[in-house]
Design a protein around this ligand. Structure first.
Ligand SMILES: Cc1cc2nc3c(=O)[nH]c(=O)nc-3n(C[C@H](O)[C@H](O)[C@H](O)COP(=O)(O)OP(=O)(O)OC[C@H]3O[C@@H](n4cnc5c(N)ncnc54)[C@H](O)[C@@H]3O)c2cc1C
Length: 390
């Protein structure tokens, strides 16, 4: 199974450990090629639970949950390689991996020792599932405007309201919820609160179905209580923590786009080599060459942007936000174009339900929206240009 381009892995952005991880991932994906087909009869919520457990059992979740002593974060280049390989294999496997990592980050990065001991072992083993509940119906791009507000005295507070677009919200055992706790105005008054899903008044308000189905829900809180010990990290630092987590994971979204697109490109080349059009092969048509050449340039460019950004996080470069946004923006916008070209090369065969082009066409669309829309990435990139120049 060939997923990674060794000419890119050989660049100094990567170490021998990453190169070995890439080989291990290719071998693992090869052994699990039947995963999507074998579980196609299960619901997305059943697959979400099963895949999370599988990832824990095979040790992959440790990459997302364990932080290095040097950066106090997981190794981002490893997370990117893992998401690239899992997206290549199965959208839901990539989703299960990414959401468990995101959900664990508030406690893994900022939590106290007791919170870490209570929550992380079960999340690392995949026996429990978490969420990162930030978005609300009235604000998701603009988290500084969060409305879910704690009421009551500091050691005995409640929240009433909604969180929406919560990945794994309907199968989770606990949630990291961004709540207005009022230490300061706007972005300065938010905190992360750890809430088990059995908390009083916490309900699944709605299961949400998406273009590429997954466990996804709106959560309702009705006077749901929490005490001081449930606050993760420093009170009032929730917005900053959320931005740090989103900046970091944003790069992995670019890596996932790359995995989907590598699969679509391989399928397109194989198709164009064999498909006969007017007495010759499709691959000999200059119009097909145009699409395939664009695909190849996209793969290399996205891989380089992802590698640079992940390397910057891992080596402690100070200003990382704009390069993370570039990697996400370029890889996810390009993925939609590439997936569309793959459908076009296949013709009607590319629209057949569950064919590679049809699947990837649907699966890459959400990448341009979650963890900061493309428009938000452009605001970050242009903001850096305004501050630091070109
Ligand atoms: C698959 C998927 C998984 C998700 N998982 C989670 C999750 O686990 N937890 C969670 O909390 N949320 C999650 N989300 C929600 C996601 O973070 C939001 O959808 C995203 O932040 C955009 O918010 P919105 O959908 O409300 O769009 P809006 O913020 O309403 O944006 C609508 C449009 O306005 C544009 N826009 C917004 N602000 C500006 C601006 N300042 N300038 C110019 N244009 C702007 C946007 O780019 C977009 O085009 C998920 C979403 C998806 C699709």
């Amino acid at each position: 199974m060939k997923i990674f381009d060794t000419s890119l892995l050989d660049l100094p952005f990567y170490t021998d450990q990453h190169r070995q991880l890439a080989r291990d991932l290719e071998a693992w994906v090869d052994r699990h090629q039947d995963l999507p087909r074998a579980h196609a009869h299960l619901s997305v919520t059943e697959r979400g639970r099963l895949y999370t457990a599988l990832l824990g059992e095979h040790g992959w979740l440790a990459y997302a949950l364990d932080t290095s002593a040097a950066t106090e974060r997981p190794d981002l280049r490893s997370l990117c390689l893992i998401r690239e390989a899992f997206a290549y294999l199965d959208d839901l496997l990539d989703f299960a991996f990414a959401i468990q990592g995101l959900a664990a980050s508030p406690i893994a990065w900022y939590g106290n020792e007791r919170q870490k001991a209570d929550v992380l072992p079960a999340m690392r083993s995949g026996s429990q599932i978490g969420t990162l509940a930030l978005s609300e119906p009235a604000c998701a791009s603009n988290l500084a405007a969060i409305g879910l507000t704690a009421q009551g005295s500091p050691d005995n507070r409640t929240i009433t309201g909604l969180k929406t677009w919560v990945s794994n919200g309907n199968i989770a055992d606990h949630h990291a919820v961004l709540v207005r706790t009022g230490e300061g105005p706007g972005a300065l008054g938010l905190s992360f609160v750890h809430m088990p899903s059995h908390t009083h008044g916490l309900h699944i308000d709605e299961d949400i179905e998406l273009i590429a189905p997954r466990a996804f829900a709106r959560l309702r809180f009705e006077a749901s209580p929490f005490g001081d010990q449930a606050i993760i990290g420093q009170p009032g630092m929730g917005f900053r923590y959320a931005m740090e987590i989103l900046n970091f994971y944003r790069v992995t979204v670019g890596a996932a786009a790359l995995g989907f697109c590598r699969r679509a490109t391989q399928a397109s080349v194989a198709w164009a080599r064999t498909r006969e059009i007017a007495g010759s092969r499709l691959i000999q048509s200059q119009m097909a060459m145009d699409k395939l050449a664009n695909m190849s340039v996209y793969l290399d460019t996205s891989a380089l942007l992802v590698a640079r950004s992940a390397w910057e996080f891992d080596t402690g470069v100070k200003e990382v936000a704009a390069h993370a946004s570039m990697a996400k923006l370029f890889a996810t916008e390009g993925a939609s174009r590439l997936a569309d070209d793959a459908v076009q090369l296949f013709g009607a065969a590319g629209l057949v339900t569950d064919s590679v082009p049809e699947r990837i066409f649907r699966q890459v669309r959400s990448l341009r929206i979650y963890e900061g829309t493309s428009e938000i990435q452009k605001i970050i990139i242009a903001g850096a240009l305004a501050r630091f120049g070109a």
